[in-house]
Design a binder for this molecule. Structure first.
Ligand code: AVW
Length: 291
């Protein structure tokens, strides 16, 4: 009995210690869970309270500065001034009633040297064209210029009688004609086409029925602004899938030819997509050999 007692006592002690450790663990776990909860709630409250205009402003200024850092020829630009000129175009306005002219002050604020002979226009070929220019310096699209680079991928709008900027709940591309984002791209495309000079290239999609789509920005804005006094030639690169699809004789491309000034030399070449993909994967291939 005595022997049993002496054994029971240390076992009780051990149990008490185990209980203590388990209790401590439970308390610690609760503290950690509570801290995580607090962190999540706090960051959520912060993000829902901080106006999206602050986030958009930061995104735009950061992208602007990154671009200038990588493109020393753009160093005359002032990102703060660009932001101010940008926001005045749409803040306080009905997001369906922002004409492209609203972005005139922005376009006049941005300093962009034209790059004669290297300008690349595109329509329905967004991915392949940018995969290509990302790897090559021989061609430049609107999205490779300061203003195009900054706004590419962003959504924004304002609201009547409000000085806030929104990045969600904005009208979609086709919801209304004069929407904040579409008018920006129309205006920026107009400026890009106005600056076009020398030999100009356009990459169009030979896998669709109408490569020169009459409703596209390329057809409605850019081609209409090509000036024969500055532009020597327009070369169409018709991207085809294994030589299938539309050819350079396509009626829509004949419309394009009719649309441009006859003084401007026109040529068109159907190029298999695989050939351009090869050039994307082998950046050492000379640009002239890509099509
Ligand atoms: P695109 P663009 N809904 O490939 O010639 C949503 O037709 O117009 O080429 N987004 C749209 C819609 C739509 N219905 N239509 C166009 N977009 C947006 C600037 C979308 O982001 C350059 F200088 C699509 O990827 C090119 O030479 C983009 O607009 C020329 O304009 C292009 O549509 C390309 O305009």
């Amino acid at each position: 009995m005595e022997h049993e007692e002496s054994h029971r006592f240390p076992r009780k002690k051990r149990r008490t210690r185990l209980c203590l450790i388990m209790g401590l663990c439970a308390v610690l776990s609760l503290v950690v869970i509570f801290a995580i909860y607090l962190g999540v709630v706090h960051s959520h409250v912060l993000s829902s309270y901080s106006p999206s205009s602050e986030n958009l402003k930061k995104t735009i200024i950061d992208k602007c500065e990154a671009f200038i850092q990588n493109n020393k020829s753009s160093s005359a630009n002032n990102c703060q001034k660009i932001w101010s000129a940008f926001e005045q175009a749409f803040v306080g306005r009905d997001p369906c009633n922002v004409p492209m002219e609203a972005y005139d002050p922005l376009m006049h604020t941005v300093i962009q040297d034209p790059v004669c002979n290297r300008m690349l226009f595109w329509s329905k070929t967004k991915k392949i064209v940018h995969d290509f220019t990302e790897k090559r310096d021989c061609f430049l699209t609107l999205e490779d210029t300061l203003v195009g680079f900054i706004m590419n991928g962003l959504t924004w709008c304002g609201k009547e009688k409000s000085n806030e900027t929104f990045t969600t709940g904005c009208p979609g591309w086709t919801d209304c004609v004069n929407n904040t984002v579409r008018s920006f791209w129309n205006r920026a495309s107009a400026a890009f086409a106005d600056a076009a000079c020398g030999d100009v290239t356009a990459m169009l999609n030979g896998s669709i029925a109408t490569p020169f789509s009459p409703t596209s920005i390329f057809a409605t804005i850019e081609v209409k602004r090509f000036k024969a006094a500055k532009i020597k030639s327009l070369s169409v690169v018709l991207v085809t899938k294994e030589n299938k699809g539309t050819t350079c004789d396509d009626p829509s491309l004949q419309d394009l030819q009719k649309e441009i000034d006859p003084k401007l030399k026109y040529n068109c070449k159907a190029v298999p997509e695989s050939k351009i993909q090869d050039c994307i994967s082998h950046p050492d291939t000379a640009c002239g050999a890509c099509w």
